[in-house]
Design a binder for this molecule. Structure first.
Ligand SMILES: Nc1ncnc2c1ncn2[C@@H]1O[C@H](COP(=O)(O)OP(=O)(O)O)[C@@H](O)[C@H]1O
Ligand SMILES: [Mg+2]
Length: 244
């Protein structure tokens, strides 16, 4: 079993707690490396990233544009294989799983919110929210409708993305991300395409829904004020993650 870095102190001895998988850190990664090659150019984006996330709470990862935040989040969420290193979920290395198992894990355990919403343009708000449930063989549109109500769009169920504002589309995306009640919610610059006021409303909504559910939320942002909200704050710079 790979070691998970756990820097908490053992209450009995006052020394760092024994390393090893703990139930408090369902998601961890160690020694992550990622390099993109474009022609002769090599971009080493991640250089030995180690981190363990608590089961509950808000984590923020801040870094300049191009520092590798999206790449790291995609690797953590099972969307992009690292060149080296491991990502572990509940002690299992996710990139050792079959494609099918990884896809099922993503659908049931991970919710994604992206900067540019990534809604299906041909589907209504409700159909977008129901998509992950249908993938999992569930058909309970009343749950999707309830989620849309919770994000303030209870009267817009039949509207397509093109009939909604950017902030409304992001609300649909948040409802969709939460549809399967994921233990892990990953948000990549969720306010990046929104004006300041709408962005603030989206962050408030994410934090409210997150605190209702008590899952692990990781927000990636270049914005200082959003990064400052994190209970655990990290900086990504020159391919390395440091505690901020
Ligand atoms: N698929 C890819 N192929 C080549 N280069 C990529 C690819 N994805 C990202 N990059 C490059 O890696 C760097 C980090 O990208 P990204 O993770 O999107 O950064 P951030 O989200 O912090 O802005 C950027 O220089 C970007 O151009
Ligand atoms: Mg990015």
């Amino acid at each position: 079993m790979a070691v998970v870095h756990d820097h908490r102190l053992d209450s009995a001895t006052g020394r760092p707690a024994a390393t090893g998988m703990t139930s408090d850190s369902p998601l961890s990664c160690s020694a992550l490396n990622k390099t993109f090659r474009l022609g002769r150019t090599e971009l080493e984006i991640l250089r030995g990233v180690d981190i363990a996330f608590p089961r509950q709470g808000l984590n923020t990862i801040q870094g300049a544009s191009g520092s590798g935040k999206s790449t790291l989040l995609q690797i953590l969420g099972g969307l992009e294989r690292p060149d080296a290193g491991t990502v572990q979920w509940e002690g299992q290395s996710i990139y050792d799983w079959s494609r099918g198992k990884l896809a099922a894990w993503r659908n049931l355990t991970v919710g994604f919110v992206f900067q540019s919403y990534h809604l299906f343009p041909e589907l209504s708000a409700l159909e977008n929210v129901e998509f992950p449930a249908r993938l999992a063989g569930r058909n309970e549109p009343e749950k999707g409708a309830h989620l849309l109500d919770q994000v303030g769009l209870g009267s817009r169920l039949d509207h397509r993305p093109s009939e909604l504002s950017g902030g409304e589309q992001q609300r649909v995306a948040i409802a969709r991300a939460l549809r399967n009640n994921p233990a892990l919610l990953l948000a990549d610059e969720p306010t990046g395409n929104l004006d300041v006021k709408t962005g603030r409303e989206i962050i408030d909504l994410l934090l409210r829904l997150h605190s209702d559910r008590g899952n692990c939320l990781i927000i990636v942002t270049h914005d200082n004020s959003i990064a400052a909200l994190g209970e655990q704050r990290y900086q990504l710079e020159l391919g390395q993650l440091t505690r901020g």
